[in-house]
Ligand binder design. Sequence first.
Ligand code: ATP
Length: 338
Amino acid sequence: MTGVAVHLDGLRRTFGAVHALDDLDLSIEPGELVALLGPSGCGKTTALRILAGLEEATAGRVLVDGRDVTRLPANKRDMGMVFQAYSLFPHLNTLQNVEFGLRLRRSSAKNRAAEMLELVGLSDLRDRYPHQLSGGQQQRVALARALAIEPQVLLLDEPLSALDAKVRVQLRDEIRRIQTEVGTTTLFVTHDQEEALAIADRVGVMRAGRLEQLATPSEVYLRPATAFVADFVGLSNRLPGTVTGDTVEVLGHRLPLVTPHADGAVTALIRPEAIEAVPDPDSTVKVLTSSFLGSLSRVTVSVDDHLVVAQVPSGRLPDLPPGTPVRITIQPVAVALE
Ligand code: ATP
């Protein structure tokens, strides 16, 4: 199966005075998995529902494989969907749930459903009913059912949100493996930044009904286009800086800018991992708090009355208990400005 291209073109959707979508443009390449990420209420679900045909756009167009499907009802759109709440039929067993909706002769439908269960690793549980399955297993069945119809597009709306942390990560990786294998163009909606970065080819960060940035996970994280993206994806220090040309000086360090900015005073957003706290008995800067977080440690210090969060991989530095005098160094990473 080869994926198709999807274009959301100038989508608007209003609910009374609420602008749920405000001129949203989004293109998904054939076979690509794009994660829509953003805070609650930014319009992620509305965008997915308009693509699915479950919601009407106030303005704009939806193109799938070059075809304008804006006015096409949901059941004519050829899309597979998985939602947060497990939407399995309680009176059907696993195999029957996957078989459901396949417009094939009974024997072919059964074969196809069995194939899909194999794909999601649930062949052994084909006779179980939903109440006999864990949350993660139920979502696998939902995924198998969504893929069984060989949809042009797969739509996943917070499919992992109801699962506990460990199952969530396992199933996330599984979904990525399966999606890559079948090559179906996929839109994945989530408010969880780690999930979006881990699963997607590209992440679309939304804010108030618009796309703020659409880029690869590493670009979004390392070169956030706006302060909003820098803030929403990962932690950021907000520190005063002075722009001169294409660099900004922050706490005595000169750093490159992501986007050009006029010279003068600004607030710079810098990741904790770009800032290191090095023990220095001569420094007047002291560690305020120190937290060991397993694979990394974070310390906070106050420099010229500004709270700075620094991060180091655990084991690389000696313990830095509160009160330790330290010097702050900043790596020359690209910085977003507010
Ligand atoms: P969440 O992560 O909380 O699900 P979201 O980013 O998916 O949020 P949407 O569900 O798309 O956001 O909602 C976008 C905006 O549109 C919100 O302000 C919401 O309250 C509003 N909205 C969505 N559906 C309706 C509706 N049927 N009637 C009125 N307002 C709606």
